[in-house]
Design a protein around this ligand. Structure first.
Ligand code: NAP
Length: 246
């Protein structure tokens, strides 16, 4: 992985992914998308290798995004890895629903925009940099709770449904991308429960689970990403490399 785009680089998993890559390879260059680039901190030594681009997943203007990317990405750049690590589970107007009465239209739309819709729009805007002959990895950080067949508990309507939508978008892209920019592996990955802002409100219930630190999760995801070939295109993969049910 040499030229990597990370959407959600300000998050626990996105930033750990970037740090892991920067430490592991002096030649790696990262283009990180986030809402507040000024608030993202990386060591001064890495600044030449990390390029931050303002981006809000709620502003769904694909043409505006393509133009902004063109301002930052050299026209002859070949992107080999795209990681979509933006996501939302809770926020001001969004709390994981426990029952039908908790469902709100605003929360549903918000979750779908950030967790699902902005992902294919980013891939659409990045297409000019994905048309080359080397393997491209397009990795959407999904969640096991987005599995339809594995849903035995219910609840978390907006989050579960938006991650299921993300998974469908991965499958659709996995069908079209090989026609447009072979060889490619477009996959959904479950990062494993990880200690980040997203999981913080659930700390107490997490005590029974195997919870990873962001650095461990980044290492696991990078191992999965590095092992990908075009034969893996369209898979839903757990952090340990095993298949997950859709
Ligand atoms: N942590 C877990 O246990 C766990 C488990 C399964 C799946 N995941 C998935 O892993 C991914 C990363 O989550 P995380 O744990 O690293 O959580 P996090 O630390 O809360 O990071 C979430 C990221 O999403 C970004 N984001 C949220 N709303 C956005 C918007 N409107 N526009 C642009 N970016 C936006 C955040 O940006 P700001 O910094 O600007 O808020 C941040 O970069 C998510 O897709 C999550 O669903 C996490």
């Amino acid at each position: 992985m040499r030229n990597v785009v990370i959407a959600g680089i300000s998050g626990g998993i996105g930033s750990a992914f970037a740090e892991w890559l920067l430490e592991g390879d002096e030649a790696v260059q990262i283009w990180g998308l986030c809402r507040h680039p000024e608030a993202v901190r990386f060591p001064a030594t890495d600044r030449k290798r990390i390029h931050l681009i303002p981006w809000d997943a709620l502003a769904l203007e694909p043409h505006g995004l393509a133009e902004r990317l063109a301002e930052h990405l050299p026209a002859d750049l070949t992107i080999d890895t795209v990681v979509y690590a933006a996501g939302i589970l809770h926020g001001e107007a969004l709390q994981p629903e426990k029952r039908i009465e908790d469902i709100s239209p605003g929360a549903l739309v918000h979750a779908f925009q950030v967790n699902a819709a902005a992902f294919p729009l980013l891939v659409q805007a990045l297409l000019p940099w994905l048309r080359h002959r080397e393997l491209k990895r397009v990795v959407a950080v999904s969640a096991k709770v987005g599995s339809i067949s594995d849903n035995h508990l219910g609840g978390w309507y907006a989050y579960r449904a938006s991650k299921a939508a993300l998974n469908m978008l991965v499958r659709n892209l996995a069908i079209e991308l090989p026609r447009r920019c072979r060889p490619v592996a477009c996959v959904a990955v479950h990062p494993g429960t990880t200690r980040t802002r997203l999981s913080a409100p659930f700390e107490q219930s997490l005590t029974q689970l195997n919870v990873h630190d962001p650095a461990d999760t980044a290492g696991n995801l990078i191992r999965v990403a590095q092992s990908l070939s075009d034969q893996d295109n369209g898979r839903f993969i757990n952090w340990d490399g095993k298949d997950l049910p859709w």
